[in-house]
Design a protein around this ligand. Structure first.
Ligand SMILES: Cc1cc2nc3c(=O)[nH]c(=O)nc-3n(C[C@H](O)[C@H](O)[C@H](O)COP(=O)(O)OP(=O)(O)OC[C@H]3O[C@@H](n4cnc5c(N)ncnc54)[C@H](O)[C@@H]3O)c2cc1C
Length: 430
């Protein structure tokens, strides 16, 4: 039998600038443990670290490397709240649910900052994120957004209109912008690697190159990998868009989607400051949004686009570069050093899916494009519920979720059609 080739991080700016860390062994033979977490992204590592801090004995199984999935290759933007905002939650699921979710909407961001401070994680934290309006309708939306978040106690927002936007973004594309001074941006791969090291410093064990190929429910739960099996009393499934074929129930009401990022050569200080004078992260308000920020070494990291179903594009630069130049035409001659894509997991209502498959198998997934902060919250709530305090986890677990229209066969073209409709409205400003 030929040896399995190890799977490394995607060739990204993040992998090229990752802090040094160990390559962990894969599972060999039989491993017994109290809690097994499947997936070493933000969700899995956040849960593992919170559980280890509670004194639990935890093993993490990762198919490739820590941070291989979306967590190690995303836009790095610390965006508060959820992909569907509180007004929709209020309208669809009622006041009580909205109050519960609203009380946690800004917590993931705080958890990340606590982690960075507590464990001294070097991940290029910078302050502030901006929502940029491309037309009058979107600016009106930002005004409502500000009022909404203020109602939930978040007062670190500042609205800019017209030319004032240029104070923060050197682009003529925008009619307005909302700054969240409590948001920010980070090097996501280094954030997850730093938390993995913190978990290991507390006695936690991580196996890399250990994809779970089969899960057999029971007491214990048996997790089969190519090199051996893990028997665990309790399991956390945190494979998000990258977990396929392990548990059909987790795939039935969600859809993997791809999004792409390019990163330029380093810009000189004056050019960088002209683009983003105060070095904040930006995402626009379009349905298919663009998102960008400067890295620690002044590269412009620019992402956008969504491919439903998560298929890789033939040429990422050909798709993303025109978007970058639409925002910053002054960069026409810039060289692109890195281009990569990654998958996030979309749900129909854009709200995350937390829950239990059995009394001893928990899951959290489906942050629908805004998962950096919420995945950290998910990890904390999983640890809470595993020590018997399940009220906050259950506020999410109680949300109803539906399959995408069209089923597995037609959900991709149906969603692409929906996205075309909404992005056409964005272009028309209606
Ligand atoms: C390109 C891109 C840009 C993004 N930008 C932003 C952003 O700027 N801000 C924001 O808030 N959100 C962003 N997101 C979303 C965010 O990155 C994700 O929501 C979040 O990282 C999800 O974390 P996770 O741990 O749940 O999943 P992942 O990080 O995908 O981790 C899942 C892990 O599970 C492992 N795994 C899967 N199956 C198995 C198995 N069978 N056995 C063992 N291991 C397994 C995978 O290898 C992977 O490492 C972006 C996503 C992408 C793809």
């Amino acid at each position: 039998m030929s040896a399995r080739q190890p799977t490394q991080h995607v060739a990204s700016y993040y992998a090229a600038s990752a802090n040094p860390g160990p390559e962990r062994p894969s599972v060999s033979g039989r491993v017994e443990c109290d809690i097994c977490v499947v997936g070493a992204g933000f969700t899995g590592i956040s849960a593992a670290l919170h559980l280890a801090e509670q004194g639990q004995s935890v093993v993490v199984l990762e198919a490739a490397r820590v941070g291989f999935g979306a967590s190690g290759r995303n836009g790095g933007q610390l965006v508060n709240s959820y992909s569907r905002d509180m007004d929709v939650i209020e309208a669809k699921y009622g006041e009580e649910t909205a109050r519960a979710l609203g009380s946690m909407a800004f917590e993931g961001n705080r958890i990340i900052r606590d982690r960075i401070a507590q464990y001294g994680i070097a991940c290029d934290l910078k302050e502030g994120n901006i929502f940029a309006a491309c037309n009058a309708k979107q600016l009106e939306g930002l005004r409502e957004h500000q009022a909404l978040w203020q109602r939930y106690g978040h007062d670190q927002l500042e609205l800019l209109e017209g030319e004032a936007v240029k104070r923060e973004v050197g682009s003529s594309r925008y009619t307005g912008a909302l700054i969240d001074h409590s948001g920010g941006h980070i090097h996501p791969l280094n954030l997850v690697l730093g938390q993995a090291a913190a978990f290991e410093s507390l006695g936690g064990v991580i196996y890399e190159q250990s994809p779970v190929t089969q899960l057999t429910h029971g007491e214990p739960v048996v997790l089969t990998t190519p090199g051996g099996e893990v028997r665990a009393q309790r399991v956390v499934l945190a494979g998000n868009a990258y977990m396929q074929g392990v548990e059909p129930r987790l795939e039935s009401k969600s859809m993997p989607c791809g999004t792409q990022i390019i990163t330029t050569e380093p810009l000189d200080e004056a050019t960088a400051r002209a683009l983003l004078p105060n070095d904040m992260a930006v995402e626009d308000c379009n349905y298919l949004l663009d998102y960008y920020r400067l890295t620690a070494d002044n590269r412009l990291l620019y992402g956008g686009g969504t491919s439903y179903g998560g298929q890789d594009l033939a040429s990422i630069e050909a798709v993303i570069r025109p978007k970058l130049l639409k925002t910053f035409p002054q960069l026409a001659d810039i060289k692109v050093d890195y281009a990569w894509s990654g998958n996030f997991l979309l749900t129909l209502n854009r709200l995350p899916q937390f829950g239990r498959l059995n009394d001893n198998v928990y899951f959290a997934q489906g942050y629908s494009g805004h998962g950096v902060t919420c995945s950290h919250l998910a990890g904390k709530l999983i640890a809470e519920t595993m020590r018997g305090e399940s009220e906050r986890f259950d506020a999410f677990a109680g949300l109803p979720h539906l399959p995408f229209p069209g089923g597995r066969l037609l959900r991709v073209p149906f969603s692409a059609l929906g996205a075309w409709y909404y992005s056409t409205r964005d272009k028309l400003g209606i």
